[in-house]
Ligand binder design. Sequence first.
Ligand SMILES: [Zn+2]
Length: 418
Amino acid sequence: NVCQFLSGEVESGTRRKVKRLLSFQRYCHASRLLRGLVPHTPGSLHLLDDDYLGQAGHMLSKVGTWNFDIFLFDRLTNGNSLVTLMCHLFNVYGLIHHFQLDMVKLHRFLGMVQEDYHSQNPYHNAVHAADVTQAMYCYLKEPKLAEQLSPLDVFLGLMAAASHDVDHPGVNQPFLIKTRHHLASLYQNTSVLERHHWRSTVGMLRESGLLSHLPQWKSIYPIITYRGTYSIFSLTPPRQDMEQQLGSLILATDISRQNEFLLTFREHLDNQDLDLQLASHRHFMLQIALKCADICNPCRAWELSRQWSERVCEEFYRQGDLERKFDLEISPMCNQQADSVPANQIGFISYIVEPLFEEWYRFTEPSLLSQTMMGHLHKNKACWSRLRYAQTSLETQTHPQIDKLEPEGEGEEGESVP
Ligand SMILES: [Zn+2]
């Protein structure tokens, strides 16, 4: 096992060399795929790789479908799903041309983002980032939004999705606060992780030089006419403004601010006063779309949804084990003995996911995708309820087999998924 090998007994120099080698291999694979150059070396050991790349390329042609299997895509791209997906979407939207991006710098930036996710985290890793980016793409395509969005909106939406959890340590904010982690004091115990994700992203943006050709500040040119002096603004978005907007999007994913966003969203829908011609309203909807994308796991088909649930609980339980080990109070949902996966999921769906997606459903009026997502959400919740019931009634006997249970009606409308 590579992860064990990398984190284990090997001295750090060798570890770095191995890591560099692995990422170099990933880079080669991704760059060939991205340029559409599948190497033809008949009879060689690369045949299997060609096959994988072909399949990954085929998957990209269906990147906007809700049943897109990001786990499979990550395996086919050799652990390079985030870079591959982002480059593909940037091409789809023509963002490279629009912002005159340098492909080498883009690759450097995306490679850094992907590498800075912790692959040892069961949940908060680069595959989660790729999953959120894919969901974000689906939401950006919603008819209510798509026509109103500017290239800058799309660029920021995708960038925020890809980097929103970068360098996540695999533990939550209360844990960082109670262990007096330096990040907690740096960010004064408020949106500690989100601020770190944002500042890390800005650091990588500057290091890669991806936006270095854009003006840093708003360029104001005074023009004098017979009626007075006016200021006109440069048409290119200034770097500083892009970094701020990126921050505002990433900070919106702080789940402790959920109510604030939910109430504002609900108010806008009740008053029917969302005007997507306004940049500020579009920005608000990007924040909501990113929040939805971040917590959309329970709205996916059961087989994908279940894997995410198990991963997130595994990460919570690891935190709980650490807390136990260091005699700290065990955080909610982190106690493997007391907080089962079904119980955690039912709480998460009822208090966090359902309220937000009910409003999103309303916003899309509802779109085909929203109907599909709500269908999955209700089925998955019912399935977790049955599993919880099975677990509590069979507590002393065998453990219920999660993978054998399917939500009611599963598979009937698989073909109708948009
Ligand atoms: Zn996230």
